[in-house]
Design a protein around this ligand. Sequence first.
Ligand code: NAD
Ligand code: G6P
Ligand code: MN
Length: 442
Amino acid sequence: MKQFSIVIAGGGSTFTPGIVLMLLENLNRFPIRRLTFYDNDGARQEVVAEACKILLKEKAPQIDFAYTTDPQTAFTDVDFVMAHIRVGKYPMRELDEKIPLRHGVLGQETCGPGGIAYGMRSIGGVLELVKYMEQYSPNAWMLNYSNPAAIVAEATRALCPQSKILNICDMPIGIENRMASILGYSSRKDFDVMYYGLNHFGWWKTITNKQGENLMPKLREYVAQHGYVPPTPEAGQHVEASWNDTFAKAKAVYALDPETLPNTYLKYYLFPDDVVAHSDPTHTRANEVMEGREKHVFGECRKVIEQKTAAGCALEVDEHASYIVDLARAIAFNTKERMLLIVENQGSIENFNTDAMVEIPCLIGSNGPEPLRVGAIPTFQHGMMSQQVAVEKLVVEAWTEKSYQKLWQAITLSKIVPSASVAKAILDDLIEANKDFWPTLE
Ligand code: NAD
Ligand code: G6P
Ligand code: MN
């Protein structure tokens, strides 16, 4: 079998060790000859990389491992770029969440004004990775899960339409894992789903098992009572109390449209007042992550480095991230696996903008994704998606044209923001906070 060369962009990410462990567990399906970490923060990456170097030496010494901040070294002789960068890192996420809250508006990593601010930072960072990939490894594919994926995907559609970049999100996967445990199935792969929407903004339309049995009735009954909180607790990602609240809240989100099953992120658009009421403006999710996941991962990495062995360390396999291997395999071996991707609509949702980036099922092969046909969507979803897709397009236009006007329109149009004056006040604070990252707006 062919052996692949991979670069992980955002080598210093809290998710990198879990993904490396996942790649090692999947070597029989996806053999790796070379693994490189790339990050623009050398000191942060070094901690994760030195620990992973020890781990790789112990578990897979045949893999040629390196880490660097030099784009040419990182992106030369590469088959796949796995991209998970966070431009501005957690301190900027903290501001994305806290600045809107100062104005009584919900603050969230990828939704509303916070997500827009993050998008204005991410576009340049991800486009830079695409440029390096095309310069040094023109045949490579980028598997991007850097957020906010909706805005990043719209930016790559508009600004580098020929580039080989696939945008993917793990939230539907996390929810489908919960659906599997709710129904007593061993894997989400026992289902075929029809899902549609924008990233962090979608609905399941049908869910069937491999025998064709419709599983929606049983799921609806359960979600109407418990949301996506399964009978026995989940392990791994999305397990903290704040995530559990989000999975439980899916009950209320579901009530708005009992025909479909919602993505958990819709709570931020449909119940923003409730989210604000339960937010602590001095301690948001960014603080939880810095005190929790970041501290844990970097602490364990430092331990591995000190002890010069990964034996007994508490770094865990991110098994649910194996969707990244499924995606890479689909491209590498033309498997035609069915997965949800963020792709240009082009008529798949027949009554929605052809040039919108939508999250829908695709069959993936060596030539990229073939989107499946979703058909027409109902008025409720159509209305919500039209408003949100306009926000996402305006952000990309604002970034490209350096337009204050368009960014003000984008924030005003966000369903979460009550008025144009509140939007302007938030925007002016965000500009100040993001001056090292955003283009200067005119
Ligand atoms: P993190 O801050 O721990 O890691 C991000 C890394 O990216 C940092 O080491 C940072 O230095 C680096 N970076 C920032 N800008 C860069 C640039 N221009 N070039 C190279 N490297 C750069 O963040 P995290 O919490 O581990 O998350 C990483 C990313 O993965 C985020 O974008 C997050 O939103 C995303 N994510 C996406 C999904 C999904 O469903 N699509 C799931 C989980 C996480
Ligand atoms: C889910 C989403 C990601 C998002 C993450 C945030 O996995 O799909 O897009 O980045 O949640 O999780 P966190 O633990 O960082 O709040
Ligand atoms: Mn996501």
